[in-house]
Design a protein around this ligand. Structure first.
Ligand code: SF4
Length: 471
């Protein structure tokens, strides 16, 4: 049995931030090469602290879904996963045994040499008949002084594509450093020029900065006054959203240190938690704000406050993904980065099989079954706030300066809207969903939303409307 975990940044504010990771997870699930594909996030749930608890097998490969190496892939993710590794990740990745699971952590997908194929695929989308006689390629990177490797990746791809013989010329240009993208008319001689942005997704840079710096007016722009005019520039979509990235992820996973086709066993703790939960579900149960009712060999999930409403009054969902997307936002349309905040939207019902139920409940309340069962069986260890605060790096190191009054004030505001009970603050929880109390959910460790709010409090910015915590 093998589990594949994709790690994304996520966002406390933007509900679309996790979208690319969702899509890759779906593509990889369809391929069926792993027994499960699980997503984890820095700013959403399951969090990096929780995600390993939510995987079914003892053989886990973790892929950071980032376009380049940097602070998140080298510092934040290894730290939060508890890998005991900091700094550059070696080409074969890092392997550790954590809680009885073999966990392999790889480089981010963007640095894999197979990304050259994704660049070529993007180029062919905008210019199917590109050729070595009249077509130049520009591989366009962000460029940064913070991580030397991100430039090396751009140059490496440019070298490989130059050697491939598909293009008359191949250039590596950058937004923020030399050689800058605006110099393209001086260096590119071919009459047809394909520009492929080596970026994770569409955004401000791909939609505004690059077109502006290059003088582009759309997907195809004719230039009559460049030194090598006439020239036509074909502007491709960013590499990070191409479906072939899923293939790169599979290659990375297969090449990870110690990876094998055989994999590991089913994790006992995980299996015990879900077997206990399914036993409850078969009789009908509630978890958080949701209720689960067995119905003719299937299960119906709905908001508990919608109990008794005719099915015709509710939107019927028939897939796990449909349920996930319907419940990603609250009734006001706001993103729900913490699923146990009491804002599960109403007005839907999901009809699912027993095989689909665990993933549906996982999406509704990530890690809640595993953590509640661990608490129920006295196996959940809480992490006190000072320990969580000391672990933070970068802009969050300042949370260690928060007084206990400030921490409590934030808790009164943020955690009072949450179903969870703060074990990390010494609160006691005598029951769980496993003893019949659906809203009794343990919080063993402060979540990143809470940490971000404490940072705002310490900075004197909380409640000013300016959410500065999406880093
Ligand atoms: S820290 Fe507070 S808001 Fe975050 S999950 Fe725990 S109880 Fe909920």
């Amino acid at each position: 049995m093998r589990s594949l975990v994709l790690i994304g940044h996520g966002s406390h504010l933007n509900g679309e931030s996790a979208g690319a990771v969702y899509r890759y997870a779906e593509l990889l699930r369809e391929r069926g090469l792993y027994d499960e594909v699980v997503e984890g996030y820095w700013k959403e749930e399951p969090s990096l602290r929780q995600v390993l608890r939510t995987v079914r097998s003892t053989d886990v490969t973790v892929i950071p879904m980032f376009i380049s190496e940097g602070y998140f892939t080298e510092t934040v993710i290894p730290r939060e996963l508890g890998l005991g590794h900091q700094g550059p990740v070696p080409p074969e990745g890092v392997a550790r045994v954590l809680g009885g699971k073999t966990v392999r952590y790889t480089l981010p997908y963007g640095v894999h040499p197979a990304m050259s194929e994704v660049i070529l695929a993007r180029a062919r989308e905008v210019l199917p008949d590109l050729n070595a006689e009249d077509t130049a390629l520009i591989v366009l990177g962000h460029g940064t002084t913070r991580n030397q490797n991100s430039n090396r990746v751009i140059y490496g791809n440019a070298d490989r594509l130059r050697d491939s013989g598909h293009f008359a010329e191949v250039h590596a240009l950058f937004l923020d450093e030399d050689p800058k993208v605006g110099t393209w008319p001086d260096v590119v001689k071919a009459p047809r020029v394909v520009v492929v942005p080596f970026f994770a997704s569409e955004g401000w840079h791909t939609l505004e900065t690059i077109p502006e710096d290059m003088g582009l007016t759309g997907a195809v722009t004719e230039f009559a006054d460049t030194p090598n005019a006439p020239q036509t520039v074909y502007y491709a979509a960013p590499v990070g959203t191409h479906p072939d990235v899923a293939e790169v992820v599979l290659q990375l996973a297969q090449e990870a240190r110690g990876a094998s086709g055989a994999g590991g066993d089913e994790d006992h703790g995980h299996a015990a938690a879900w077997n206990a939960f399914l036993a409850l579900a078969r009789r009908g149960t509630r978890i958080g704000e949701a209720m689960i009712t067995p119905q003719a060999g299937m299960y119906e999930l709905r908001h508990a406050l919608d109990e008794g409403r005719p099915a015709a009054d509710l939107q019927t969902l028939v897939t796990v993904e449909g349920l996930r997307d319907r419940t990603r936002r609250d009734e006001g349309g706001h993103h729900r980065p913490v699923h146990t905040l009491r804002n599960l939207p109403r007005g839907w019902r999901a009809i699912l099989t027993e095989a689909e139920l665990p993933r549906a409940v996982h999406n509704l309340y990530p890690a809640v079954v595993e953590e509640s069962y661990a608490h129920h069986t006295h196996n959940l260890r809480a992490t006190p706030w000072p320990t969580t605060a000391r672990r933070q790096t970068g802009i969050y190191t300042k949370v260690t300066r928060a007084t206990s009054e400030q921490v409590e004030e934030v808790a009164q505001d943020v955690c009072s809207k949450c179903l969870k009970t703060r074990l990390w603050a010494g609160e006691r929880l005598g029951s769980t969903v496993f003893s019949g109390v659906p809203g009794a959910i343990p919080c063993p460790e402060a979540c990143t939303l809470f940490i971000a709010e404490v940072r705002e409090e310490v900075s004197g910015k909380r409640g000013q409307g300016g959410h500065g915590h999406d880093h």
